[in-house]
Design a protein around this ligand. Structure first.
Ligand code: NAD
Ligand code: GLY
Length: 379
């Protein structure tokens, strides 16, 4: 079995139950073997019943499904649901496909759903698990950097609505998270960069020292040094686990994890789901939030320049597409953080120190939203 990269294991403490995040790096023999699949062996102890539904997509299935499915099938009744690939399929139609697969097999409350994929598969599988028969177990096997550092941990599950990202969903915690670092070897470079946006996010909101660490280590991460990537995943998961333990349902500190997301969701929704990657939109959103923080007088111009440099080092965009200011404000009005009709944003008091606030001059926000790229698309 692949040895966990870290022996001081990570645990997420939540109201419903505690669960582990296991970070492993399996050998190439293990990767190609359907006999000794390390992934299957790691998750088996967390499957409580006899029924298993693996949910994945048509890109990931040819890469990792066989190595997971075959060893599990020796001990469990295993069925597979393969969804189309893409953010544009993060919708009710795909959720219905998962329900259909569960119903077709007469699966019941004993079933464990396994999300094998990135954040789209993880969010949808989790939502199907939260709602099927009022809630069944699920396990996250995140295969993108973004899902390893963020979406697989903390129990936010859901789908998009045509008018807003992640508008329909539930908090539903997995039984475990298995981040197998070698899956990143097949991840397209653009997707790796999108994941780096969420990694950089943790540094900007929580830990300026981690920002310095990233400035030194981003080149190794982009060259797929799995040990360095594993260290980053571990640090990010620890930040996230700490936040989730304090505020599982996002009534306070958890909102800070959405740094850059209100601006980013405007881009994703306006440009069409899937055209800008979530992490790319968040990268630009973090720049916009930093610019607003500077206009308020909290960040210096050098801080903002440093943020832009680190995002550029990770091959991420830093300039928004042209979106009419009123349209952007309307889209921001749908944000889940809006309270009493007021837009609330996560801004930076300093690098590593974020706040959720509505205490800013609306004109400063308008100024930030007015600045955009002159070309069609800057990604
Ligand atoms: P994704 O799930 O769309 O995956 C990106 C692409 O990479 C897809 O084409 C996928 O098929 C492919 N892929 C995945 N793993 C691969 C691998 N190992 N090798 C080759 N290709 C692979 O995107 P994502 O960036 O992982 O997740 C984005 C989603 O996560 C968004 O929907 C976002 O809203 C959500 N999200 C949720 C949370 C949360 O807390 N639940 C947090 C952040 C983001
Ligand atoms: N990705 C933000 C959160 O999980 O709260």
């Amino acid at each position: 079995m692949a040895t966990p990269l870290f022996h001081d294991g990570l645990t997420v403490h939540t109201h419903s139950h505690d669960y582990p995040i296991v970070i492993t790096e399996q050998s190439s023999t293990e990767q190609n073997s359907t006999e000794q699949s390390a992934m299957a062996q790691q998750i088996m102890p967390y499957i409580t019943g006899r029924q298993v539904l693996i949910v994945t997509n048509e890109t990931i299935a040819p890469l990792y499904l066989a190595a997971l499915e075959a060893p599990l099938a020796k001990q469990f009744i295993v069925k597979v649901c393969i969804l189309p690939d893409g953010e544009q399929y993060k919708n009710q139609t795909s959720i219905n496909q998962i329900y259909d697969a569960l119903m077709a097999e007469h699966f019941n409350r004993d079933v464990t759903l396994i999300a094998l994929g990135g954040g789209v598969i993880g969010d949808m599988t989790g939502f199907a698990a939260a709602s099927f028969m009022r809630g069944v177990n699920f396990i996250q096997i995140p295969t993108t950097l973004l899902s390893q550092v963020d979406s697989s941990v903390g129990g936010k599950t859901g789908i998009n609505h045509a008018q807003g990202k992640n508008m329909i969903g539930a908090f539903w915690q997995p039984q475990m998270v298995l981040a197998e670092m070698s899956t990143l070897k097949t991840l397209p470079a653009r997707e790796l960069s999108a994941g780096l946006a969420e990694v950089i996010k943790y540094a900007l909101i929580m830990d300026a020292e981690f920002l310095t660490w990233l400035e030194h280590n981003l080149p190794a991460m982009m060259a797929l040094d799995l040990a360095v990537l594993g260290e980053a995943v571990k640090r990010c998961c620890q930040y996230k686990a700490d936040v989730v333990a304090q505020d599982e349902r996002e009534s306070g500190v958890r909102a800070l994890l959405n740094f850059g997301h209100t601006f980013g969701h405007v881009i994703e929704t306006h440009e069409g789901y899937g055209n800008w990657l979530h992490g790319e939109a968040v990268a630009v959103g973090m720049v916009q939030a930093a610019e607003l923080s500077q206009k308020i007088g909290w960040l210096t111009s050098e801080d903002v320049a440093r943020i832009k440099r680190v995002l550029t080092l990770a091959n991420l965009p830093i300039t928004p597409p042209a979106i009419d200011v009123q349209t952007a404000l309307d889209l921001m009005g749908h944000d889940k953080k809006v309270k009493h009709g007021q837009i609330r944003l996560i801004l930076l008091k300093s690098l590593g120190d974020a706040v959720l606030t509505n205490d800013f001059d609306a004109e400063l926000l308008t100024d930030v939203l007015s600045q955009h790229s002159s070309s069609e698309r800057q990604i």
